[in-house]
Each structure stands twice: as C-alpha cells, then as structure tokens.
Design a binder for this molecule. Sequence first.
Ligand SMILES: Cc1ncc(COP(=O)(O)O)c(C=O)c1O
Length: 385
Amino acid sequence: MNPRQPIYLDHQATTPVDPRVLEAMLPYYEGDFGNASSSTHAFGWRAEAAVDDARERIAACLGLDAKEIVFTSGATESNNLAIHGVLNAKPGQARSVVTTEIEHPSVLEAAGAQRAFGHRDIVVGVRPDGLVDPDAIVAAIEEDTSLVSVSAANSEIGTLPDIEEIAQRCKERGVLFHSDAAQAVGKLPLSLGSSAIDLLSFSAHKIYGPKGIGVLVVRKRRPRIKLRPLQFGGGQEGGLRSGTLAVPLIVGCARALELAVAEQEAETKRLRDLREKLRLEIEQAVPDVVVNGDLERRLPGNLNLSFPGLDGERLLLDLQGIAVSSGSACSSGSTEPSHVLLALGRDEALARSTVRFGLGRGTTEADIETAVEAVSRAVQNQKSR
Ligand SMILES: Cc1ncc(COP(=O)(O)O)c(C=O)c1O
C-alpha cells in the first residue's frame, strides 16, 4: 500500500481486490469478453463456461448446488430481491416480513418499502449485547408472515446471532428465512447444504473481490421458493435477474470466495489476536471506553468502541492517519447517530462518540500499534480542550 495512505482499518466498509482475484478476472475484460448469453459463437460459449465454472465453485464453497446461486449486483440488491421477491410472489395477498432493529438499511428500508405494496414490516428489538433472541423473533411471527430476515453478522458491531437456530424455528412455523450474510460469508465457516436457511445474500467486495457483484442463494426446496423478480428482460438467472451477466466480476467473486474460505481459519485466529491487542491497549490508555456488542459471538476483525464525553466526528478528524468509520458507515453521508447503537440502548451522545475499527487481510501488528498511539493522542487532545 502507498506509504502516504492512511492505515486502512475499515474492512467492514469494503476491502481491496486481492491481486490473485484481479489476475483471474483480467482475461474476461480482454480476449474472453463475450456475452454469456451469445449461443452462436465461441466468444459466448467461453463466457458461459466461465460463468458455469464460477457458479459451481461458489456453490462448492458453501455446500450448495450450482442451481442455487443467483448473481446480482451486490448484497443490497440480493436483500431487496429476497424481501420484495417473497412478499410479492403471490400478487393480491397482503403479507408481513419480520426483521430486527439492527439490520443494514438495505434490509430495513426494503422491508419498510413493502408498505407501499400493502404489506407490513415487523421490526423486533435486540438484546443490549447486540444479539438477537430467537424467542423474540418467533413471538413476532404472525398469521400473514411469509419471511423472517436476520443478518448473520452485524456490519457495525460484528455480532453473530444464532441464525441456524432462528432458521430452524422459522421452518417449524412454516415461514421462509433469509439472512444478509454480507459480513459473514468468507469470514465464518458456513455450510449451507443441511441448513434451514432458505435465502442468503452476500457481496464480493467485502471479501477482497470486485465491487458490483453479489449473490442471492435461493435454496431448491419442495415446495419451490417463489420470488417475484425486481427487473424483467432477457430472463437471465432463471428469470430472477434479467440483464447481461458481468462475467469478469462473477469470475472474481468465485476466486475471492475460494481464497477467503481457504484462508478463513488461519485468518480468524490472526485477526482475533490483533483485535484483542487493539482492544486491550485502548482500554489501558482510555479506561472509560465502552465496547459495543458481545465480544465472544463477534466477527474476528471488528471492534466498535464508544468514547464517553467525546465527539466521534471530531475524533475521526483527529485520527487522520488511520482510516476508520463512525458507527453508521454503511449508509453514505449519514450524520445521524447509528440506529444499531440506539437499538442496543446507547444514548445519542454515546452513540455519536463511536468509532468502528475493521481489521482485515492487510492489517499488521505494527498497524495496531500505530492505531493505539493515534487513538490515545486523539482522546487526550479532545479531553484537554
Ligand atoms: C450487512 C451488510 N449488508 C448489506 C451491505 C450492502 O452491500 P453492497 O455494498 O454489496 O450492496 C453491506 C455493506 O455495505 C453490509 O455490511
């Protein structure tokens, strides 16, 4: 990385493309640039073969069948397709979706937007440690509920609810279960073959793949999971997502996932150790710091801290040398206090004093030491003002 660049500790926002991923993608921008739907010549056949191969490899990484992989533009689109798709599968029937207060805006807003179609969104609170109580989800299911959506890993505080248990309980109630796994795929061991999860979203750019490509997993079940598409056209992706397939991005998505899965175990340990070093050393320098979210059931590279009495925006400005974010980084330009921290019961002032550290593949011990020094200095600066 360019030595004049700040140290990048915002891997929950996005990640750099791994050079091994870029290398796999490049041929599909150059010689093999064909349209995967062109069935009359070799350019099309080669593009189609690359997509088929990527689909197989992604499915293999997740313990799925290739037919269960639907390519989209990213997790936002996948979440929208899952929620809109299930609720509007049978036109004329008013349905509801159950979700939680700490979901990403692409779930909460997609659920809220269903009101315009005559549906309802039921938003369940979470525990103060950021975990989701499966009983609370089941209690919220009503007669007209057709879908429950709970993320596998929270994008701000990194907490990991027991989605398998929630999925199982939804299955018992005859309700479909969707999980936004944008922060979880490639970072947690996920084997979906025997899972009760029906629909799952993820995005390549969170796992060192390219931006603009994601997946909605739609399990092959009996009876079939019916989805109404968001867009119509050439009928690609089994009619669920029309539009020319982004072959280089699809190839990159497959390579990124393979690498993330292969390196996941070692990387989890390395990141957890670095995260704990960061936490313990900041806690030593700033004793009143507050950790948001459970520390055990948590993404290895995530640390979300509130600094009582301090202004988070000011803190971020003082932390020029390290690229971190305030709590609500995923919703662009937002200056509102994080809806996730408010849902945990934090007050507005504490929520506004929050910094999210996202450690990733490039993070070193030296980066952590620099970050600890920078945070200590920035906190001292503000306290002495
Ligand atoms: C949990 C979660 N869901 C969805 C998204 C949106 O993903 P994408 O940028 O691929 O649309 C993000 C990241 O921004 C996220 O962290």
